[in-house]
Design a protein around this ligand. Structure first.
Ligand code: NDP
Length: 292
């Protein structure tokens, strides 16, 4: 068996087109504000991509770049200003923040109804309680990719490897809300291989290249690889690197469908950020959720 490739690039393009259409239907242009503190090179790339894709979706995009030594109080004050800015529907503070800065305090300052990353306690609580909120983007994108292969998860067994607040925990809640029977695995799981082999839907959100191999995958399973790991790629030339996931390529011999890295969950994450922004914009105006 060779797994069907779950193409996140193609699916995210469709989602972005729906979001752009929904944005046109709103009385005001949705606004996304991104706050970047410091010069982390990966963060600079992410923020540039978010800015470009927000503009392509017809949004107003506001990027606030602050030096790494900006006092925490100033970052919080900026977030509070954005909370009160009528042109801003979504606020995202790019992580990681420079060392020494209290990320939890900065996140807590974001108005939950503009929290398009879904990281505030309020949105985490809404997700846990099954109430309408803003759902973290990577787990939401992972669910959409899984739905491409398995539109109905009712009664299916799902295993999530990784229990971070950003990915693993919210993804497990979303899978459970979709009526899957969910197991969460982590670094202390006794027999990871046996647990993973039970999964109809196997999600890896760990950050360890190739941790899961074909021996972890049940025949025909849907594999969602959230991991993004930069590794040496001597085959591309001296000093070259490449991105790989948490799932080894040989898993495709056993899986029924599998997301590639890059080009799987990654592109869905930004598209879901735009989706959250258009949802936040509609809700802030008292309108029904657009069909995105
Ligand atoms: P964290 O480091 O916060 O969490 C990693 C999790 O993996 C932890 O729960 C940890 O367990 C678990 N883990 C570590 N080692 C093992 C092991 N040997 N066996 C089983 N579980 C293990 O990472 P994130 O959740 O933030 O990110 C995970 C991956 O996803 C990273 O590669 C990251 O780059 C990527 N990512 C991709 C995104 C995208 O857009 N595609 C967005 C966000 C993240 P424990 O809790 O016991 O320590």
């Amino acid at each position: 068996m060779t797994a069907r490739v779950l193409d996140g690039k193609a699916l995210s393009a469709k989602l972005r087109a729906r979001v752009a259409e929904a944005a046109k239907g709103l009385p005001n242009t949705p606004g996304l504000a991104v706050v970047l503190v410091g010069e982390d090179p990966a963060s600079q790339v992410y923020v540039r991509n978010k800015h470009r894709q927000a503009e392509e979706a017809g949004f107003k995009s506001f990027v606030h770049r602050l030096p790494a030594d900006t006092p925490e109080d100033e970052v919080v004050a900026l977030v509070e200003r954005l909370n009160g800015d009528e042109a801003v529907d979504g606020i995202l503070v790019q992580m990681p923040l420079p060392g020494g800065m209290d990320a939890l305090r900065v996140i807590a300052a974001i108005d939950p109804d503009k929290d398009v990353d879904g990281l505030t306690e309020t949105n985490a609580g809404r997700l846990l309680l099954g109430r309408r909120g803003l759902v973290p983007c990577t787990p939401q994108g992972s669910m959409m990719l899984a739905a491409e292969a398995l539109p109905d998860l009712t009664g299916k067994t799902a295993v999530v490897v990784g229990r971070s607040i950003l990915v693993g925990k919210p993804l497990a809640l979303l899978l459970q809300a979709a009526n899957a029977t969910v197991t969460m695995a982590h670094s202390r799981t006794a027999d990871l291989q046996a647990v993973c082999r039970e999964a109809d839907v196997l999600c890896a959100a760990v950050g360890r290249p190739g941790l899961l191999t074909k021996d972890h995958v049940k025949l025909g399973a849907v594999v969602i690889d959230v991991g993004i790991n930069r590794v040496d790629a001597p085959e591309k030339g001296e000093g070259k690197t490449k991105l790989v996931g948490d799932v080894a390529p040989d898993a495709a011999e056993v899986a029924g469908a599998m997301t590639p890295v890059p080009g799987g969950v990654g592109p869905m994450t930004i598209a879901c950020l735009l989706r959250n922004t258009v949802l936040a914009a509609a809700r802030r105006r008292g309108l029904a959720d657009p069909d995105v």
